[in-house]
Design a protein around this ligand. Structure first.
Ligand code: SAH
Length: 209
């Protein structure tokens, strides 16, 4: 959304947007900030300075996480200021939070495009984390039941090869669970692990698994 742009559309902007000129062409133009913010529940203003008046201030990473979370339930806005003079105090007053990129205190003000890039990068990272690990359609995450039979099989093999002593198991199986919970294996991966355990069983001449 562009608020009262000096010149739009503009041949130089279109040329610089090379490859993303469709995005620029789709920009919506508003007469003032309030009009652009219609329907937004969360408004975060960007500031090159940490303001004298204490205003809830977010770090870029927490700002991105908050925006992604809130965007799932309503409109959100990240407001950037003018290249020369930033946002006015009246405009900052429209914001629920401020976000400040911790730049060099000797010269805090980044170019607008650089500030946009840093914050959109954080948004992208937050979104990828939000999407969680990606599984292929043919290999969904293993079910709790598959994991339980795997742990049982693992415990039997570890006991069989003398690595796990039933009379002194310590925390081994719990630690193994923690490791595999972190890895969140898919169905195929658990089948491979089961295959390995079965192969170990075979070398030991026991086929009761
Ligand atoms: N002279 C202005 C700076 C404008 S910089 C001032 O002192 O306010 C242009 C825009 O880039 C700012 O309005 C803001 O949107 C963004 N920006 C620049 N540096 C930033 C920083 N360190 N953190 C967050 N946004 C920043």
């Amino acid at each position: 959304c562009l608020v009262k742009p000096h010149q739009y559309p503009h041949a130089e902007a279109t040329a610089r947007a090379s490859g993303a000129d469709d995005l620029l062409a789709r920009a919506q133009v508003f007469a003032d900030l309030d009009a652009a913010l219609t329907g937004c529940r969360l408004v975060v203003g960007t500031s090159a300075r940490e303001r004298a008046v204490a205003w809830p201030l977010l770090a870029p990473r927490e700002c991105a996480a908050l925006l992604i979370r809130e965007a799932a339930v309503g409109g959100v806005a990240l407001v950037f200021g003018r290249e020369s003079s930033g946002l006015t105090n009246a405009e900052l007053d429209r914001c629920t939070y401020l976000v400040h990129i911790p730049s060099n205190p000797l010269y805090r003000s980044l170019n607008l495009a650089a500030a946009v890039q840093v914050l959109t990068y954080e948004l992208r990272c937050a979104q990828i984390i939000d999407e969680g690990p990606v599984y292929e359609a043919e290999a969904p995450p293993a079910t709790a039941r598959q994991m339980e039979s795997f742990y049982e099989h693992l415990e039997n093999v570890l006991t069989d090869i003398g690595f796990l002593q039933p009379e002194n198991p310590r925390q081994l199986m719990r630690r193994m669970r923690r490791l595999f919970i972190r890895a969140r294996p898919d169905k195929n991966e658990v089948n491979i692990l089961r295959g390995i355990l079965t192969a170990i069983d075979k070398t030991r001449g026991s086929d009761d698994q």
